[in-house]
Design a protein around this ligand. Structure first.
Ligand code: CA
Length: 543
């Protein structure tokens, strides 16, 4: 033996080794059972949802406000949706629609007050029943133990940015650190250590950020300090051209956002200190020290400047937008970590990754923060989907998709029949390019009034070009917008003779959709009565 080896040159030895490796690699694998093949082919799902993330604040949408290189990877390697929208632009109802695939007036969670019934079907339950391992980590904002998950770790209600409590499979536990980073770390831990590697998985990885009151991570407290942002063109909107609802809302950055809670002026320059003390009390000594070191000088400079009028409004816009974008920086970092993990572990090809928000948000358009209205900035939501097996890199979808469609789409991808009660449509074949045909109009409802921000009850219909809205309860007003001629929705053309045909067509569309989805004036009245009863009981308790 030794003699033989001695006689071989080094080149011959290398050649022999390569041959040996090839023989091993090319040997036929043992036959997989049918079950194994099925399991291995079914895609994994990572559904990333943030809270109040405006599409204007994702660089892939091209608004130039900030850079989100990791979220953009999904658009570059998959699809970006330019007209994804919600059915009801507010946190908890939006999540109920996402889970159940049913409109608010069918799933019952019409506002942040009505209870959510977890006993109804949702897509994670169906995945779980069909062999998927499921987990929900982060913000869900629906009371009760989440159903449909092998593992859940959720913020109670809105949750805290600093040192948040979580309900881990229902048990309350406090975590030290910054909320966005904790949610990412726990999602990563689940992927690495809690995941059963022989099962397909579905992970709902849901951030609280960038929800109000926009508290950045310690490492981003001074990000954008050297920059001044110009507010949008309609920041100083006077609401002429629109109805009562736009005039009577209470969601102006300069007018309704609070000095303490929102602008983090620990002592208000106008003599009143609101809200932010609670946030500071929750921080540990180091966090509080970092916070004061970062915000102390900024706040002092603001007080010395003695700004007034439009200059003061622009300062408020800058404090708002910078804090908002700082919180998004941490969200984007987290997306990067998860995508890297998928790539490093050979999971990128067979995992559908979705990034979306529970709705859009105003970043100073019409002078506003917050959401609720059917106007574009809060009606639309960002949506990016990567699934290399079916979606071509660089796909752009302009069709009207709704959050109603998530449940049917996921079920379609994994080969489970969509239950009849689900009202959304799978966009699988649309995003793969198999078809360009999708619905021609979407239906919208909003209920939470009278309440914080005072956005009136309304419902409406939107197609590619037009939008018809009806505000009701303490008004009875219609608005109609032509998005082609008026993309910022500054002038309602309702009642304009030039739009008589369009108005008629949109009214017919609205009636047809209310009928199709099972909505009615009776529903509106039922939920209004329930809301007013709840408010009255609350007042009585307080008295
Ligand atoms: Ca939200």
């Amino acid at each position: 033996m030794n003699n033989i080896i001695m006689k071989l040159t080094i080149t011959q030895v290398i050649a022999l080794l390569i041959t040996a490796v090839l023989i091993v690699k090319c040997s036929p694998k043992p036959e997989n059972t049918e079950q194994e093949v099925l399991v291995n082919e079914r895609p994994n799902i990572i559904f990333i949802m943030s809270d109040d993330h405006a599409y204007q604040a994702i660089s892939a949408y091209g608004h130039g406000l900030n850079e989100t290189p990791n979220i953009d990877r999904l658009a570059n390697e998959g699809a970006i949706f330019t007209r994804a929208c919600v059915t009801n632009s507010i946190c908890a109802p939006s999540r109920a629609v996402m889970l159940t695939g049913k409109h608010s007036f069918i799933n019952g969670k019409v506002d942040n007050i009505q209870p959510f019934n977890w006993d109804q079907d949702n897509f994670p339950k169906l995945l779980q029943a069909n062999g998927y391992q499921t987990a929900m980590i982060g913000k869900i904002h629906l009371d009760g133990l989440p159903q449909g998950f092998d593992y859940s770790m959720v913020l109670p209600g809105q949750g805290q940015y600093y040192n948040p409590d979580f309900l881990v499979n229902g048990e309350r536990k406090r975590f030290e650190g910054y909320c966005t980073e904790i949610i990412t770390a726990e999602a990563m831990d689940w992927l690495k250590n809690k995941r059963e590697k022989d099962k397909p998985f579905c992970l709902l990885y849901h951030q609280k950020a960038p929800h109000r009151n926009w508290q950045p991570a310690p490492k981003y407290l001074t990000l954008y300090d050297d920059k001044t942002f110009d507010p949008p063109a309609n920041f100083f909107d006077d609401y002429e051209g629109r109805g009562t609802a736009a005039h009577t809302q209470e969601m102006q950055i300069d007018g309704h956002a609070q000095w303490g809670h929102d602008f983090k002026m620990v002592i208000d320059p106008h003599g009143d200190s609101t809200g932010f003390h609670h946030a500071l009390e929750r921080m540990n000594d180091k966090q509080r020290e970092d916070w004061h070191a970062a915000y102390g000088p900024k706040n002092e400079a603001m007080k010395v400047a003695k700004l007034e009028g439009k200059e003061l409004a622009k300062w408020k816009y800058n404090r708002y937008i910078k804090d908002y974008l700082r919180t998004i920086k941490s969200v984007d970092d987290g997306v990067g970590k998860v995508l890297d993990y998928l790539e490093e572990n050979g999971l990128a090809e067979n995992t559908i990754v979705v990034y979306t928000s529970d709705q859009g948000f105003y970043l100073g358009e019409h002078g506003w923060f917050d959401k609720r209205f059917m106007y574009e900035e809060s009606f639309r939501t960002p949506l990016l989907v990567r699934y290399p097996k079916e979606i071509k890199a660089g796909t752009k979808i302009n069709n009207l998709i709704q959050n109603l469609d998530f449940a049917p789409t996921f079920l379609d991808y994994v080969g489970i029949a969509t239950p009849k009660e689900m009202q959304g449509e799978s966009f699988r074949r649309l995003v793969s390019g198999e078809t360009t045909d999708f619905r021609d109009a979407v239906y919208y409802t909003y209920y939470e009034y009278p309440s914080v921000h005072m956005v009136k009850r309304h419902y409406g219909v939107a197609n590619e070009r037009y939008k018809l809205m009806h505000f009701y309860y303490d008004v009875d007003e219609w608005e109609l917008y032509d998005l082609k001629n008026d993309p910022a929705e500054m002038n309602s053309v309702y009642g304009d003779p030039e739009y008589a045909e369009v108005q008629k067509m949109m009214h017919e569309k609205l009636t047809a959709l209310r009928d199709y989805y099972g909505d009615s004036d009776e529903n509106d009245q039922k939920y209004l009565t329930a809301y007013l009863d709840h408010m009255e009981k609350r007042r009585n308790r307080q008295n």
